[in-house]
Write a protein that binds this ligand. Structure first.
Ligand code: ATP
Ligand code: MG
Length: 433
């Protein structure tokens, strides 16, 4: 009897141990399987990304997906700097990733985020733009493609595809889109400080300082240089103007609105004229052939807007031509300086920038500089400013040092004078012998 009960105990123990081991093995198998599925999914997501260039550097990136980005890539740092990584991750969990690698949003989510499309920021040719508060706390701009808009579904698709692979610190980045129930929307990073046009012409805003205007010119030039020479294949903007330059919270300028953008190959033979009156390259109007140099022309107009504080609708270019007769294209441009600057600008910088702008608006496109040349020229203006500042700081320091030296020596001499006086006094205190 005792032998039998021992047998039962041993048997039960062995059974229990084997059972536990089997359960642990099964659990490990399930976890391994899950991990494999996760890995397969993430590699297929990566395979679906579009090769792109960021700041001229070749990178295969699914721009909105921080997890697939090279940790050292400029895109990664940019997203991180703006605190977007977390938001992008959250968005990815909630929204399926589209064909272009840009998150697709649900209509009802955007409806909620825009308080049923009541938070209107403005209205453009593309349609209305709304400010949206996402559940993650992020603020975005939602551009609704109006159904009666001249720009249709094709432009919408091209903008999504285009912006999905274009990322640069001087471009307004697309962070999502919605295509549902015949409604098309583009979701952009929200630009806190609005458009450059509102700062140049708005009554309520403080006038932009001269230094800031030069910084903005360089930012825009860099954004366009990226489109022309960094993006593969190159992209022409087709609607460069002050209303399409937006300013972020640190007043960095970003090129917006790719609704009219086309890859250059597509744009060579267009039948109807696109763009905004006053910014249009005259050569494009006559030849109907839009090139990178047509963007350069519009950029030249934009530079003159920054200098003169007036837009083409206010007769900017006639004003420029009159000044050019006096200035001969090189000097004397200060007569067109924006009166809101109150004379607070560097004459040399203004003349250099205006001379560059005048080259950009040359009627012969061949004579216009490339965006790369323009970036170099504005950088030179900035560098000259910095070395001037360094020189004046050094001379100021030298003046202060000199005056300190003079004061010290004056102090020392006054001290010695004083000591001498004292010694004379003390001598005079001596009783006459
Ligand atoms: N990402 C954004 N952040 C903040 N405001 C924006 C954003 N995108 C557009 N806006 C604002 O929304 C308004 C309308 O913009 P939209 O681009 O539709 O028109 P536009 O630039 O004035 O003209 P066009 O249609 O010819 O480009 C503008 O005042 C613009 O400053
Ligand atoms: Mg616009």
């Amino acid at each position: 009897m005792k032998g039998v009960s021992w047998g039962i105990v041993i048997g039960a123990t062995i059974g229990l141990v084997v059972g536990v081991l089997l359960a642990v093995a099964a659990l490990l198998c399930i976890r391994l399987q899950k991990k494999r599925i996760r890995l397969r999914n993430s590699s297929s997501l990566r395979a679906a990304t579009v090769p792109m260039r960021a700041n001229g550097v070749e990178a295969c990136a699914e721009p909105s997906d921080a997890s697939t980005m090279d940790q050292d890539s400029p895109i990664h740092h940019e997203a991180e700097a703006r605190g977007l990584s977390f938001w992008v991750e959250e968005t990815k969990k909630r929204n399926p990733v589209s064909f272009s690698g840009i998150p697709k949003y649900l209509y009802k989510d955007l409806q909620k985020a825009t308080l049923n499309f009541t938070t209107l920021i403005g209205q453009g040719a593309f349609g209305p733009v709304y400010k949206a508060q996402m559940p993650t706390g992020e603020t975005v701009a939602v551009k609704v493609l109006s159904t009666n808009s001249k720009q249709g579904e094709k432009e919408f698709q091209s903008e999504v595809l285009l912006l999905g692979r274009l990322h640069h610190r001087n471009l307004v980045n697309l962070v999502g889109y919605c295509a549902e129930k015949g409604q098309y929307m583009l979701i952009y990073v929200y630009m806190t400080n609005g458009s450059l046009a509102s700062h140049l012409y708005g009554e309520k805003l403080q006038p932009l300082s001269w230094d800031l205007r030069v910084n903005i010119a360089l930012d825009v030039a860099r954004g366009l240089e990226y489109l022309h020479d960094g993006a593969v294949p190159p992209v022409v903007h087709r609607d460069v103007k002050s209303a399409n330059i937006l300013l972020d919270n640190s007043m960095t300028a970003r090129v917006a609105d790719f609704g009219l953008s086309r890859e250059e190959v597509v744009s060579r033979h267009v039948s109807n004229i696109r763009g905004t009156f006053g910014y249009l390259d005259p050569e494009y109007i006559s030849s109907r052939s839009y090139t990178k140099k047509s963007d350069v022309y519009s950029f030249g107009v934009l530079l003159f807007e920054l200098i003169a504080g007036r837009n083409p609708q206010q007769g900017l270019m006639e004003y420029v031509e009159l000044a050019a007769m006096d200035a001969g294209g090189r000097d004397g441009w200060e007569e067109i300086a924006d009166s809101r600057l109150d004379g607070l600008f560097d004459v040399r910088e203004l003349n250099d920038l205006a001379a560059l702008a005048y080259k950009c608006v040359s009627r012969v496109s061949r004579k216009r500089p490339s965006m790369r040349d323009i970036v170099q020229s504005i950088t030179k203006i900035m560098n000259a400013r910095h070395s001037r500042m360094r020189r004046s700081r050094r001379s100021m320091a030298a003046t202060v040092e000199n005056s300190v030296d003079i004061e010290t020596s004056e102090y020392q001499s006054s001290q010695s004078e004083h000591q001498r006086d004292e010694s004379i006094d003390s001598l005079s205190d001596l009783p006459d012998v």
